[in-house]
Each structure stands twice: as C-alpha cells, then as structure tokens.
Ligand binder design. Structure first.
Ligand SMILES: [Zn+2]
Length: 216
C-alpha cells in the first residue's frame, strides 16, 4: 500500500520523529525564519512580501495538493501533516497537472529546473509557477496567505535523475514558505536536505500569522 513508514530510514522521517519526541525549538529559531522566510536572498521568495511572514492560510480548509500518484509526495504531505499536528494538506491522488486546479499545490514529475546561477548542478527539485519552470509568481498567494493560483512542486529531472524522499520533503518546505537554506535545511552543501531544525522552523512558521512583520 505504501505510506510514510516506507521511508522510515530516511533522515526526514527520523528527524521528524525526534521533533515529535522533543519539540525543542533552537534558540535562534526566529532569526532563522526572519532570514529564510522574511528576507531571503537566494530563493524565489526574495521579492515576495519582503520582511513579512509568508505562510499560507488554513482558515478556509487545508491546501489541496495534487500528488501525481507519487509515493514520495504522498508520504511527504502525510509526514508534514503529522508534524504540524493539523491537516495542512488535502491530498488529491493522481492526475497532477491534467487537472489544472484553480489554486493549491501541483506535483510535477520530471520537470525540475535549476537556477541559471548554478547551471552545472543537476536539479532534482524546485518550486515554481505552472508555466514558468523556475520563477515564483508574486501573486500566487495574497497577503493573508490565500492561494490565488497553483504552485508547482517539481521533482526529478527530465534526464531521469530521481529525488530522494528527503529532497521531496525539502521541496514541500519551500512550497510552504521556507526560502533560503539554513543548517538543517540543506546547509552547508552536502548536509541532509532536511533535518531537525527544518521541522522546528516549519512548526514555528505555522504558529506565526500570515503578513506579520518580522522584527528588524
Ligand atoms: Zn532548497
């Protein structure tokens, strides 16, 4: 049948378990979020609501996510729901891009596209609009965090390079508002794609209110 437990040996799964056991925020968690989410330099979120909390509203229900029948994506959204202890996602099995939803997340397989700044790297994941493979449409969500159009979670390269489960969870972290990398979120190069501080940052981000200003 498949499920989260298929990935129980991954760093993502084990660090999520550790978070759920300990629930201890790193001391600098708000500074981490202010840089990664509030004022990122490297990511697609750079020009999007600068200095403000970019997280998506859940008051009108969970975010629809079209999973393209991918076991990694299905397990990733289940693990994120478990860690955030709420239904962040409403999973729609199968279909993917063919649905062309009005809003929400769409998993697209084999279309990951890297940034022009690092053309030498094989890209196995990124988040972008449905039509622009690398850019993030600035009107994807409004200031209150409601989706206005779909956001595409692209995993695996067109040349057949496959993303690991950790890397798929990582891309969903970007799709939920984490921008620049930090220790625990693929920094430094070669570190796990997600680790304990990733879960702490995601939980903290979804305790904040969309549109709030970060302290300078
Ligand atoms: Zn990343």
């Amino acid at each position: 049948m498949g499920g989260v437990s298929d990935f129980r040996t991954s760093v993502a799964f084990r660090s999520a378990e550790r978070w759920l056991n300990e629930k201890r925020f790193p001391d600098d968690i708000d500074a981490i979020l202010s840089r990664s989410n509030g004022s990122p330099n490297q990511s697609n979120l750079r020009d999007f609501l600068p200095g403000r909390v970019k997280r998506w509203a859940l008051d009108e229900g969970p975010i629809p996510v079209f999973l393209a029948n991918d076991a990694r994506a299905g397990a990733a959204v289940a693990l994120i729901n478990k860690v955030l202890e709420r239904s962040v996602f409403y999973a729609v099995p199968g279909l993917g891009r063919a649905v062309a939803p009005r809003a929400g997340l769409v998993v697209s397989l084999g279309t990951a596209a890297g940034s022009s700044k690092r053309p030498h790297e094989i890209c196995i994941g990124n988040v972008s609009g449905l039509t622009d493979e690398t850019g993030w449409d600035e009107d994807t969500v409004d200031e209150q965090g409601h989706f206005q159009r779909p956001l595409c979670v692209r995993i695996d390269s067109s040349a057949g390079h496959q993303a690991t489960f950790d890397q798929v969870v990582h891309e969903f972290g970007h799709a939920l508002g984490l921008g620049d990398h930090f220790p625990g979120f693929a920094e430094p190069d070669g570190a796990p794609a997600v680790d304990y501080a990733f879960w702490a940052a995601l939980v903290r981000l979804y305790q904040l209110s969309p549109g709030d200003e970060y302290a300078a």
